[in-house]
Design a protein around this ligand. Structure first.
Ligand SMILES: Nc1ncnc2c1ncn2[C@@H]1O[C@H](COP(=O)(O)OS(=O)(=O)O)[C@@H](OP(=O)(O)O)[C@H]1O
Length: 366
């Protein structure tokens, strides 16, 4: 009788007990999946597994020879806690680190290596471009600068991939680290990871860029000598001091040569930092075309903020309110003697002309 009673109590309608078992286990599986998804454990458990795309890329990677040698990824070097608190956390952009970090959907998709990287240039407008692109539903980007190919290469590919946001099929993973453009080893390293990587370089008049760079350093170190004392040797009377990074970064042709040893010209898109301010929709339109994206980000997303003196977003990613970039972007520059600026302009002219030839674009700095 006991057994019959039990049977009749667990009888769901016309189904027999045997046919209910698979349904029961399916429910347990579904429950377990949602439990892990909601608590974030699925992220933790799945991180050492390689998606086919990144595993294929691992075959390309060889830090010594650059290409062709299959190598194993190193074991995951970071604990769960450290993965979210990397050394780059001080460099977080204003706003969230990745789109929808706190949403349940953040566990959907796969962490992939970037298909496109903004590799430079420092103070070119790289943050503005990345924040503009992040409005696009098919773009997901790391908010901070990973600095993998210059500073943290020793941490290994899995560390790098763990920083990436999850993407669904058809979405593009991006990051920006402007110092890659001037890092000697970066081209080979990027190529070794993914030879098809699309490379975006935001360039700006090298003279203004140098002043912008100086302004940033001076804001952290007010005792910094005057610009002209650093830009020229012998107390500003001598030749241009190319050992000063603020000057050296602006010799774009030289750095680009280094990249062209590994990547064909078609891998690059050069974005004008000046046009990005004057016509953000136009410049972002070119970037969307280059990335093979639908032109979704357009003029309706921008407005010119008179106080800031720069275009701002009407509705940035992760927010419903208009927002401009932070105070460190678009800040006033100190007055530099005209003579010093002219000498620098003369210095850069031949390099600029060479860069125009190499990039196939005249940026109009001269
Ligand atoms: N929309 C908008 N808002 C604010 N700032 C803008 C914008 N578009 C371009 N810029 C220019 O971006 C310059 C900073 O460049 P980066 O973001 O590449 O700097 S960094 O290398 O990441 O530090 C920054 O340089 P400074 O003007 O010297 O501050 C700006 O001129």
């Amino acid at each position: 009788m006991g057994c019959d009673t039990w049977r009749s109590k667990v009888n769901f309608g016309p189904l027999k007990t045997q046919s209910k078992l698979p349904a029961f286990f399916t429910m347990v599986l579904i429950f377990t999946y949602f439990f892990y998804s909601l608590t974030g454990y699925s992220d933790y458990l799945s991180s050492p597994a390689y998606d086919p795309e990144s595993a294929t890329r691992g075959v390309e990677y060889d830090s010594q020879s650059g290409v062709g040698t299959p190598v194993r990824f190193p074991p995951h070097p970071m604990s769960r806690r450290n993965r979210t608190q990397g050394p780059w956390s001080n460099e977080l952009s204003p706003g969230s680190q990745t789109r929808g970090d706190i949403s349940i959907l953040s566990n959907a998709g796969i962490k992939r290596f970037p298909q496109a990287i903004i590799i430079g240039v420092k103070k070119g407008g790289t943050r503005a471009l990345l924040e503009f692109l992040r409005i696009h539903p098919d773009v997901r980007a790391v908010g901070s600068e990973p600095h993998f190919f210059d500073r943290f290469y020793d941490k290994g590919l899995e560390w790098y991939r763990s920083l990436m946001p999850r993407t669904l099929d058809g979405q593009i993973t991006m990051e920006k680290t402007p110092s890659y453009f001037v890092t000697r080893e970066a081209p080979q390293r990027v190529f070794a990871l993914r030879s098809q990587t699309k490379l975006i370089v935001v360039v700006r008049d090298p003279v203004t860029r140098a002043v912008s760079d100086y302004t940033q350093t001076k804001s952290k170190n007010p005792a910094l000598p005057p610009f002209q004392d650093l830009a020229f040797r012998n107390g500003s009377r001598g030749p241009v001091d190319t050992s000063w990074s603020a000057v050296r970064i602006g010799i774009y042709a030289k750095h680009l040569e280094n990249w062209l040893r590994f990547f064909p010209p078609s891998s690059f898109l050069f974005v004008s930092g000046e046009r990005l301010v004057l016509d953000p929709a136009g410049e972002v339109g070119r970037v969307q075309d280059f990335l093979g994206l639908r032109r979704i980000v357009g003029s309706k997303h921008f407005y010119f903020n008179q106080t800031k003196g720069f275009p701002c977003l009407k509705k940035p990613e992760g927010s419903s309110r208009p927002r401009c970039l932070g105070k460190s972007k678009g800040r006033p520059h100190p007055a530099i003697p005209q003579g010093a600026l002219q000498r620098l302009r003369d210095f850069y002219r031949p390099f600029n002309l060479k860069f125009y030839q190499m990039s196939g674009q005249d940026f109009g700095w001269d």
